[in-house]
Design a protein around this ligand. Structure first.
Ligand code: SAH
Length: 247
C-alpha cells in the first residue's frame, strides 16, 4: 500500500494526526527533500528505508515503490504542503494504476494556508474578495495561455506559487491583468518555518522588496485588497439576524 501524505508547510507539528501516524507505520518513506522539514523523519520506525526524492528521477521513485510493494512493505510518499497543489502526484498515481498497486491520499496544510497564518490574513473578506486564485508564473512547466496571470481580470485575491524568482515579470502581468501599482501585496518566505519572514508591499514594489530581503525562492506572493484588510463588511454568518441553520 502507498500513501501520498501532505507534510504541511514546514513546521514539524503542522502535519495532520493521520499523516504522522502513517509516517510512524511506514517501512519505506520517500520525501520531497527540498521543502519537507527533515525533523518530520525523526519518528520513523527502526529499519524504515528513507529516500530523498530531490536526488531521484520519477523512474527511480517508482522503482523504489514497486520494489517495496513486492516485499509487502508500506510506503509513504511525503510531499510538501498538500500533495494536490503542484505535487506531481497524478503521474505517480497513473504508474501505480498501471502496476495495480493500491494507494490513498492524506491531505496536508498547504503553504498558502501557512502564509495566511503568517499574516493573520483572511483571503475571503466580505465586500473585498470572495475568491482566491491559486496560480504560478510559467517556468519550465508551461501555464496554459488562457490562465496566464494577465488573463485573470477579476480583482480576486491571488496566491502565486513558484514565482518568487520572476517578480518583475509577475508585476508586469498583474498590471496587464487590471491590478494597480499600489494594489497591496505580500511576500511570505518559508511560512511556518523558524526562519519565516513576511513583507507587505505593493504590486509596484514586489521586486525591490524581495531584493531587499534576499528572497528568491520558497516564497508565496499574495496579491489583492484582502492583504490590507480595510473596508470590509462584517460576516453575515455570525450576524444576530441570521438563524444558525445557515452557519
Ligand atoms: N504542495 C505544496 C506546493 C509545492 S510547489 C503546497 O501545498 O504548499 C513549491 C512552492 O510552494 C514553492 O516554490 C513556494 O512557492 C511554495 N511554498 C512551499 N512551502 C512554502 C512555505 N513554507 N512558505 C512559502 N512558500 C512555500
Amino acid at each position: 500500500m502507498v500513501y501520498f501524505v501532505g507534510a504541511g508547510p514546514g513546521a514539524e507539528d503542522l502535519i495532520t494526526v493521520r499523516g504522522e501516524r502513517l509516517l510512524k507505520e511506514a517501512q519505506v518513506v520517500i520525501y520531497a527533500g527540498s521543502l519537507v522539514n527533515p525533523e518530520l523523519l525523526k519518528g520513523v520506525r527502526e529499519g524504515c528505508e528513507v529516500y530523498n526524492s530531490a536526488y531521484m528521477t520519477l523512474e527511480e521513485v517508482m522503482e523504489t515503490i514497486i520494489e517495496a510493494e513486492k516485499k509487502g512493505r508500506m510506503t509513504v510518499r511525503l510531499h510538501t504542503g498538500d500533495p494536490c497543489l503542484y505535487g506531481a502526484v497524478r503521474e505517480q498515481m497513473d504508474i501505480l494504476d498501471r502496476e495495480g498497486i493500491p494507494y490513498e491520499s492524506c491531505p496536508g496544510v498547504s503553504s498558502f494556508c501557512g502564509a495566511a497564518a503568517a499574516l493573520n490574513l483572511e483571503y475571503t473578506l466580505p465586500d473585498v474578495s470572495q475568491s482566491v486564485v491559486i496560480t504560478r508564473m510559467e517556468g519550465r512547466t508551461p501555464v496554459p495561455g488562457r490562465e496566464s496571470v494577465r488573463a485573470f481580470e477579476h480583482g480576486a485575491t491571488m496566491v502565486l506559487f513558484l514565482s518568487a524568482g520572476l517578480l518583475k515579470e509577475l508585476a508586469e502581468q498583474l498590471l496587464l491583468g487590471g491590478f494597480k501599482e499600489d494594489t497591496p501585496a505580500a511576500i511570505v518566505y518559508k511560512a511556518t518555518w523558524p526562519e519565516e519572514e513576511s513583507h507587505i508591499c505593493t504590486v509596484g514594489t514586489l521586486k525591490e522588496t524581495a531584493e531587499k530581503y534576499g528572497i528568491t525562492k520558497t516564497a508565496l506572493i499574495i496579491v489583492g485588497e484582502a492583504v490590507r484588510h480595510r473596508q470590509y463588511q462584517r460576516s453575515k454568518l455570525s450576524d444576530p439576524g441570521f438563524s444558525t441553520g445557515v452557519r
